[in-house]
Design a protein around this ligand. Sequence first.
Ligand SMILES: Nc1ncnc2c1ncn2[C@@H]1O[C@H](COP(=O)(O)OP(=O)(O)OP(=O)(O)O)[C@@H](O)[C@H]1O
Length: 355
Amino acid sequence: MKLSVNIHKELTGFTLKTSFETMEGSPLGLLGASGSGKSMILRCIAGLETPTNGRIVLNERVLFDSEEKIDIPSRKRKVGFLFQNYALFPHMTIAENIAFALGDLTKKQRSEKVKEYITMMKLQGLEERYPSQLSGGQQQRVAIARALAIEPEVLLLDEPFSALDNHLKGQIEKQLIETLASYKGTSIFVSHNMEEVYRICDNVIILSEGKVEAYGKKGEIFENPPTIKVAQLTGCSNFSRIQPVATGVFEAVDWGCRLKVEKPVPESVTYVGIKPSNIDLRRNVQGDNVFEGSVVGLNEGLQTVTVYLSLKKFDGKSSSHYLQWEVSKEKWARVEKQTTSWFICLDEGKLFFME
Ligand SMILES: Nc1ncnc2c1ncn2[C@@H]1O[C@H](COP(=O)(O)OP(=O)(O)OP(=O)(O)O)[C@@H](O)[C@H]1O
């Protein structure tokens, strides 16, 4: 099972130009800011939008080719689409909603298929209800059943949890992961929530302004974002410009410190970054990349605290750029009591370099 997408879509004020391939297995995550073109990519794959030019091939079946003038209609593409708001038909019962796209089957086959997916998604007893008579979570399960009932070769999930409250989201996410584990096709999961994408997908595409900024294994992309845009979208707020000082020593201009690095850094690199959760404290200033600093602000979240740190520069002044340190509330309560001087460690192993 393989999906290959190479499309260009020109809209007023927005250009989508993207190329990627995905295989069966865990869903491919499509992560990007609002308006970066995530839904547009899915809509082009599903045949709901027509690319200006390009080619989309699903398991050697050409779905779209602008040069060969191929544009398979949406209903014949074998694409299952799970929309943000589920898009269930309000005037149809649950059973009718699931049966809706099963056009070519006999009545008996259709009702068997509906029964199969009602059971799979644990919707027994709700067959004759209307969508408005279901909870958000149940509606979501109906939408998954409807998307899977056509036995799609590719399943497109467009922010499937956006309408759910946090409690329900956890349960439904677990259910979706289980459902996807037994799904044989290719799937693409769209979200602007990096945590969700990280939990659900193994491979990710980071999309920015209609272009692929990065594509690869989630571990590599989240740990070593190749560009600032990718770093921002994967949860990093600490960056600084760097300038070489000597072999293995860089000045982090914005943070106001000199960093020692043993591993060679390519000349093209101009920025260094560190994730807020990767900052550490030391008992004293000894060791590489440990700097004296001070706490200049706090932002308390539900489970973590973001501590704003300013490093003391080598000229003795405080840097005007803050580093954000994210720490559990428990740890912060302990550290805050015990610490009089702040020694902040930017460990080489936790730094990443960007072009
Ligand atoms: N039919 C259309 N005509 C013109 N522009 C459009 C159309 N549909 C979408 N756009 C524009 O294309 C861009 C990408 O939209 P898209 O819905 O794909 O973004 P997205 O990444 O899915 O955003 P979100 O996370 O907010 O859903 C946006 O700038 C949007 O305004």
